[in-house]
Design a protein around this ligand. Sequence first.
Ligand code: FAQ
Length: 320
Amino acid sequence: MTVAAAEDPVKLAEFEARLERGETIEPKDWMPEKYRKQLVRMMSQHAHSEVVGMLPEGNWITRAPSLRRKMVLLAKVQDEGGHGLYIYCGTETLGVGREELIEQLLTGKAKYSSIFNYPTLTWADIGVIGWLVDGAAIVNQTMLAKTSYGPYARAMIRICKEENFHKRQGYEICTVMAKGTPAQRAMVQDAVNRWWWPSLMMFGPSDATSPNSAELMRWRVKRETNDALRQRFVNLTIPQAQAIGLSVPDPDLRYNAETENWEFGPIDWSEFQAVIAGNGPCNRERMAARRKAHADGAWVREAAEVHAEKQAARAREHAA
Ligand code: FAQ
């Protein structure tokens, strides 16, 4: 018996009819338990990715090459923290608290995006993350802005606006370096070489091996498949690389005039599997940093709780 079949068939049919009519599902609406669970899984992994994603770029805040670059990078990293917060709030509307979700991250039960387990070795990596990683996130999240769960869709609209700024600042860094000295050019090309394939992996496994896609597509949580979004990202990005004289490390890349797609070579899925299993270049470092930040922040959470209790007691006194 499937999980969906265990649900009240009348409610389930009404739910699916609403999706068919293009309506959004709101927190107080009836939803199948599996729909709720899938959203909690996906949204919490997304929120964790935003927060863990602050680490690779945070690494360069103290070493940004100018005050302007430092201010922009600080703002970007802060934005990522804000995105995490919106999405954790969205997940709370599904009845799961942030504390529980963070616990799942810190114990390794919940995933976060594979991309953030790679190191940021040079300043050019900051440009390439903005261009490729935020660029990939925009392609994925523009689709999610039309997802069937209202609070997630609305969070995505605002997040996408900010991601667009992130992408532009990254592409601008890459453009300046690509037009700079031979050493700067070599540095930005090296960064593209290291981040290209991991960026393609961000979209998840190929459709044929994606266990969640069919259900998520049926319930309109995902509006397009992993492979379709990956192809869109490649089609958008190759002309951008060409415009600034950079190349991607793929000998099989070629334009198919008939399909109007940039066809690309095979992805090394064994690398992807290793990274999501916790064995990427920086998985341990990232988790150690998150655990330390959580432990260091314990006193803030305790103080906030005591303060809230005092405020509530005062309010009760005034009311009495
Ligand atoms: N990394 O069946 P599917 C950003 C897992 S935000 C790690 O295809 P699904 C902003 C997947 O969870 C980036 N794990 O899964 C930023 C599943 O495992 P599970 C994050 C991955 O859900 C920029 C298993 O593989 N964005 O970058 C990955 O249908 C710069 C099978 O996969 C989101 O999370 C991966 N790349 O599709 C921040 C967007 N891919 O849970 C800072 C929301 C797959 O069954 C700096 N999420 N897995 O154990 C999604 O759109 C989807 O969840 C996918 C995966 C597309 C990520």
